[in-house]
Design a binder for this molecule. Structure first.
Ligand code: FPP
Length: 224
């Protein structure tokens, strides 16, 4: 969800206002995706590196997560959207962890057919892979797993995304052309779509344009 800071700067507003506008866009696009039948919608909301930002910006972001997760527990779940969080939750404030647990309970109640909106918070793909390697090694240490059992599937099962398919399409807004430590393992065969639109300005029409572009791609997965 890139470009919030630039969106605010263009308007002479503090960066936090850009994040607030970006959070509204998240709600709009997440519900739109659910409405048009996209089962999984995942946004990168806060990276393991974002703690380096000024404390007031970090605090503002944590407050937005509190507000939108609380709201998601009511309104979005009524619309059949399960909101879950992906990342290293151990590093988050206790009240936020409790809110995430409440959202998980609601998501479980909504059942397996509900659309899922994932918020990546305190997420870094390298950190995720490191955690998976550690978990696998611990299982080997206690004899639960053998080295020969480490398949690609086994690694995937130890990632935060264990219960969902790899992303088909990854959209990066705001003109940046990097992956920035986002779903590195899972994106091996994802299609990328780059747009100059700043995230707070991203509309359902922009989503349609990305999907239309995606629908014209030929995916060969290494074949011909
Ligand atoms: C990157 O843009 C954006 C972030 C680090 C934060 C994204 C978080 C939100 C939109 C709030 C989300 C809250 C919910 C509940 C979904 P940037 O700030 O680095 O933008 P810039 O590159 O223009 O400075």
């Amino acid at each position: 969800m890139d470009g919030n800071g630039r969106w605010a700067k263009k308007r002479g507003m503090p960066r936090q206002m850009g994040h607030r506008a970006g959070a509204e866009t998240f709600r709009t696009i997440a519900t739109y995706c659910a409405d048009i039948g996209i089962k999984y919608f995942t946004v990168y909301a806060f990276s393991t590196e974002n703690w380096k930002r000024p404390q007031d910006e970090v605090d503002a972001l944590m407050n937005l997560f509190r507000k939108y997760l609380r709201e998601a527990a009511d309104t979005m779940s009524q619309r059949g959207v399960a909101v879950r969080v992906i990342g290293d939750l151990s590093g988050l404030p206790d009240d936020l962890k409790a809110q995430i647990a409440e959202n998980d309970t609601i998501a479980d109640q909504l059942g397996p057919d509900a659309a899922v909106a994932n918020l990546c918070i305190n997420y870094g793909a390298r950190d995720e892979i490191k955690n998976a390697v550690q978990a696998i090694c611990r299982e080997i240490q206690v004899g639960k797993l053998r080295v020969e059992d480490i398949t690609e599937g086994c690694i995937a099962k130890h990632l935060y995304t264990a219960h969902m398919p790899d992303p088909d399409l990854i959209i990066r807004p705001s003109g940046e052309m990097r992956t920035s430590n986002f779903l590195l393992w899972q994106s091996a065969y994802s299609e990328y779509y780059f747009t100059d639109v700043l995230w707070p300005d991203f509309t359902t029409a922009d989503m349609d344009a990305a999907l239309d572009d995606f629908n014209h791609r030929q995916r060969r997965y290494g074949g011909i």
